[in-house]
Design a protein around this ligand. Structure first.
Ligand SMILES: Nc1ncnc2c1ncn2[C@@H]1O[C@H](COP(=O)(O)OP(=O)(O)OP(=O)(O)O)[C@@H](O)[C@H]1O
Ligand SMILES: [Mg+2]
Length: 307
């Protein structure tokens, strides 16, 4: 006897009509397999084939729901390329990106548009990534406008809610980006990412344009939101201290490949790859008491000068 899908109208418990029912429970939220992205460079010689850049060269990892993966690597190592492929803003030369068991790069256009509510992105530059001519309300509700389902009143209400969740006020909705500080603008960018209640947020250097004290506030906010909503993060940074703040696991990209992976603590303790070692050495070591001693010495010297 074959088991057919029961479409009985009084069973309203399962709205998921996905045919792949047994993968959803076992797969990670995000699974990236053997990802390759090759770029063709502009042709320089008439009779020679154009050169290519291997921006990603066989990258595989997965992130479990509600966890955070840090991606670190030097400039040009392929971090933003990886982010674009995970966000389905660019197509891979080879390999797959599966979110909730669906291969994003093989979804029909309309399905992909709908799926976009599950994954959102926060960019590095809080000045460049917000359109200066749009009000905060228009900026924040843009992902909802793209989905095309909520009414204007619903959009406004949800915008007010997410703005409060990132620590801004509802009456900021009518303002423009230039009326905010860098940290506040990045909160607006996070609110925009949050408005579709995504499962995954990809953040490409989200705090590197901010002052160190503001960096900590924004990272703490991201952490609070993760606890509140169970968001999964892929956090890209060249700063191991930033990744350490938020991530359970880190992969180190070097020339388009993952050369090392582990918890931030493991990497701090026992980095193997020379590039990871240089990153670890770049993190300022906090030595309690040292700054206090330095300040006391400076105060004593100043007092001696006055006397
Ligand atoms: N559209 C493109 N066309 C050609 N080459 C590209 C393109 N995008 C990226 N690349 C190349 O791919 C490699 C990886 O670039 P990518 O932007 O992913 O690096 P990144 O790790 O994000 O660097 P950064 O830390 O400077 O942001 C680089 O060599 C870059 O020049
Ligand atoms: Mg980049």
């Amino acid at each position: 006897m074959s088991t057919t899908t029961n479409t009985n109208t009084n069973t309203n418990t399962n709205t998921n009509t996905n045919t792949n029912t047994n993968t959803a429970t076992t797969t990670a939220l995000l699974q990236v397999k053997d990802l390759v992205r090759e770029y063709t460079l502009p042709r320089e010689h008439l009779f020679r084939p154009p050169g290519t850049v291997q921006a990603l060269n066989g990258v595989s990892f997965s992130i479990a729901a509600g966890r955070s993966l840090g991606v670190v690597g030097e400039s040009g190592s392929g971090k933003s390329t990886l982010a674009r492929l995970v966000m389905a803003l660019d197509a891979p030369t080879a390999g797959t990106v599966e979110l909730l068991g669906r291969n994003l790069h093989q979804l029909p256009a309309e399905d992909l548009r709908q799926a976009r509510r599950d994954f959102q992105m926060v960019f590095q530059d809080p000045y460049g990534s917000l359109d200066p001519r749009q009000t905060v309300e228009r900026i924040i509700t843009e992902p909802l406008q793209a989905q095309g389902q909520a009414t204007r009143a619903e959009q406004r209400e949800q915008a007010g809610q997410v703005l409060a969740q990132v620590g801004l006020r509802t009456n900021d909705l009518g303002k423009y980006p230039h009326e905010f500080s860098g940290g506040q603008r990045q909160r607006i960018a996070i609110a925009r990412a949050l408005i579709t209640r995504p499962r995954l947020i990809v953040a490409d250097e989200p705090v590197s344009a901010l002052d160190v004290s503001v960096q900590a506030q924004v990272l703490n906010l991201m952490q609070d939101l993760q606890q509140q909503f169970g968001i999964t993060y892929m956090l890209i940074s060249h700063d191991l201290a930033v990744v350490n703040h938020l991530c359970d696991e880190v992969v180190v990209l070097y020339q388009g490949r993952i050369v090392e992976r582990g918890s931030p603590a493991e990497l701090f303790r026992n980095a193997q790859h020379p590039y990871t070692q240089s990153l670890v050495n770049a993190v300022p070591q906090v030595q309690p008491g040292r700054a206090r001693a330095r300040r006391a010495a400076a105060a004593a010297a100043a007092a001696a000068k006055i006397a």
